[in-house]
Design a protein around this ligand. Structure first.
Ligand code: ZN
Ligand code: ZN
Length: 130
């Protein structure tokens, strides 16, 4: 089942097997716009997470992660606002540049980019390294 023209539900739902796929209004539209502008496949390693799964994979931020889809972690947060994309080489710089222009906040990791729409809940756009 497709959730956007380029992303299936299986790619975007919680990886723990619970099937949660709940996103902030506007998030999936922004993701599709990013994919179209980038023009290449995007390999999703994590998008929606239930709070229990997030606590397992992100113990340093068990209740604050913007990946969480089933709990409000900040005012205005109604669903997942973040996605991690495995990307390397020159594709990584290209995706970073396009995502930044489109208002995504970006976490730079050796093996992936964390992209989030924190601007949708009134938080300033930012970039950081893991
Ligand atoms: Zn789950
Ligand atoms: Zn992330």
């Amino acid at each position: 089942m497709a959730m956007t023209p380029h992303f299936s539900r299986a790619e975007l739902e919680c990886k723990c097997g619970c099937g949660l796929a709940r996103f902030q209004p506007g998030f999936l539209g922004a993701l599709e716009l990013l994919r179209v502008a980038y023009g290449r496949p995007m390999r999703v390693t994590s998008a929606c997470r239930c709070a229990a799964h997030n606590a397992r994979v992100s113990p340093q931020a068990p209740l604050r992660s913007l990946h969480i889809g089933d709990k409000e972690t900040r005012p205005g947060h109604q669903g997942t606002l973040a996605i991690d994309i495995a990307v390397s080489g020159e594709d990584k710089g290209a995706l970073f540049a396009i995502a930044w222009r489109q208002g995504w906040s970006i976490g730079w990791n050796k093996t992936f980019l964390h992209l989030d729409r924190r601007v949708e809940i009134g938080m300033p756009q930012t970039t950081f390294e893991y």
